[in-house]
Design a protein around this ligand. Structure first.
Ligand code: PMP
Length: 417
């Protein structure tokens, strides 16, 4: 008799924890959204100030993007029903690729069904047999999964430890393996930045190619919303940039942009591009409308408002005694307000209670527990929008003030026993 494949289902360590939280009404996951992810969102039958989405510029839910998606669905149907290779390429997909290449000043771009499949496909196609993917251990799951699925090897270095990156690159350079370094420019859980000056310098010195994931930076940071690479003036040192339509751009899909020959290779080699249906027309049309806004004066205003909202919330939460991670700075020493604030929690159970208290006060945030973050680093993940009003942010600060009082006065109630 073979072992019971399903035995792991009962062993799964967080299962009991999740069930307990669910029984207590404290499970922060799988909550049902009853409207668009706008600054205030209907959840559980009540409006909550939404600090738990990546709709950083507030473009998802914007009437112009909704209209663009509606038109596209009328024209192309609600599903593409096929791979980009076959029947899945519409004019919208091609226009989006042109728009991205133009925006980033690159030769070409490729639009995938999502950011996740973009990373999977790009890394899987480029890191062939005998090649090496060198990744930051804090990289997004789609990068690490792509590197694991690729025929080549994955070598990971400790988060943001440039000395470790150099050790791996030096070792790899003594072989004839091709090397792809992959880092997030903004780390999605911590909101911190990659040291791009060093990463680009080391990649160049040791002959490695570099792919950066700008998912949380596209539309949000840098000149014209081009992200951290452009902000740091390092576009020449980066071979490929990827991003997603599903965050600041308000659509659905993912992309990679870079040299024409590499993009053309990916067009016929990236398995997650070929063996899945194309991004639905509505998501791509919304992203096209989003890119237009992001690149206009209005986009600039939204970025400024987002930075101001983030700075204000950071200051107010710090004033209440929450120990937020410091404002990230680039290697040139320039502070960058990434719209992700991290509020540490003592442990997983307390993080869930903190979350529930805020939820009951009309504020929705995300909770990151292991394995989304390293063990012992449970946190509330607070993501700000350009469209949060002063009044909404005041409500958020009032809710956190209730939380701070409760944590100070009733630590035993709040902290898991
Ligand atoms: N990269 C990073 C850094 C991300 O945070 C995400 C989404 N959380 C992705 C890639 C995947 O993007 P998508 O949601 O479009 O699949």
């Amino acid at each position: 008799m073979s072992g019971d494949l399903f035995a792991k289902v009962r062993r799964y360590e967080s299962y009991a924890f999740r069930r307990d939280l669910e029984a207590q009404g404290e499970l922060p996951y799988f909550r049902v959204m009853q409207g668009p992810p706008t600054a205030v969102t209907m959840m559980g039958g009540a409006p909550r100030v939404n600090l738990g989405s990546s709709n950083y510029l507030g473009l998802s839910g914007d009437a112009r993007l909704t209209a663009a998606a509606h038109c596209a669905h009328q024209r192309y149907g609600t599903s593409i029903n096929g791979s980009r290779l076959m029947n899945g390429t519409t004019e919208l997909h091609l226009r989006a690729e042109e728009a991205i290449a133009d925006w980033f000043g690159e030769e070409d771009a490729l639009v995938f069904g999502s950011g996740y499949t973009a990373n999977l496909g790009v890394i899987g196609a480029l890191v062939g047999e005998g090649d090496i993917a060198v990744c930051d251990a804090g990289d997004h799951a789609s990068i690490l999964d792509g590197a694991r699925l690729a025929p080549g090897r994955l070598l990971a270095f400790r988060h943001n430890r440039m000395d470790r990156l150099e050790t791996l690159l030096r070792r790899a350079s003594t072989t004839d393996a091709g090397v792809l370094v992959v880092v997030d420019t903004v780390y999605s859980m911590q909101g911190d930045l990659s040291d791009l000056v060093t990463v680009t310098g080391l990649s160049r010195r040791y002959g490695a190619r570099l792919l950066v994931d700008e998912a949380h930076a596209v539309g949000v940071l840098g000149p014209d919303g081009q992200g951290v690479t452009a902000l740091a003036g390092l576009a020449d040192g980066v071979d490929l940039r990827m991003g997603t339509f599903s965050k600041a751009l308000g659509g659905g899909g993912g992309f990679v942009t870079g040299p024409a020959d590499v993009i053309d290779f990916l067009r016929v080699q990236a398995r997650s591009f070929l063996f899945t249906a194309a991004a639905p027309a509505g998501g791509v049309a919304a992203a096209l409308a989003g890119i237009e806004i992001v690149r206009s004066a209005e986009g600039e205003e939204r970025r400024a408002r987002l930075a101001a909202n983030t700075a204000r919330l950071r200051e107010d939460l710090t004033g209440l005694g929450f120990e937020l991670a410091p404002v990230p700075v680039t290697a040139h020493g320039v502070p960058v307000q990434t719209p992700i604030l991290r509020v540490p929690a003592p442990d997983d159970a307390t993080a869930a209670r903190m979350w529930k208290l805020l939820y009951d006060e009309g504020v929705y945030v995300n909770v990151a527990l292991y394995p989304a973050v390293p063990r012992g680093q449970a946190q509330l993940r607070v993501s700000v929008m350009a469209t949060h009003t002063d009044e909404q942010l005041e409500r958020v600060v009032a809710a956190f003030a209730v939380l701070a009082r409760k944590l100070a006065l009733h630590p035993v109630d709040m902290v898991a026993g």
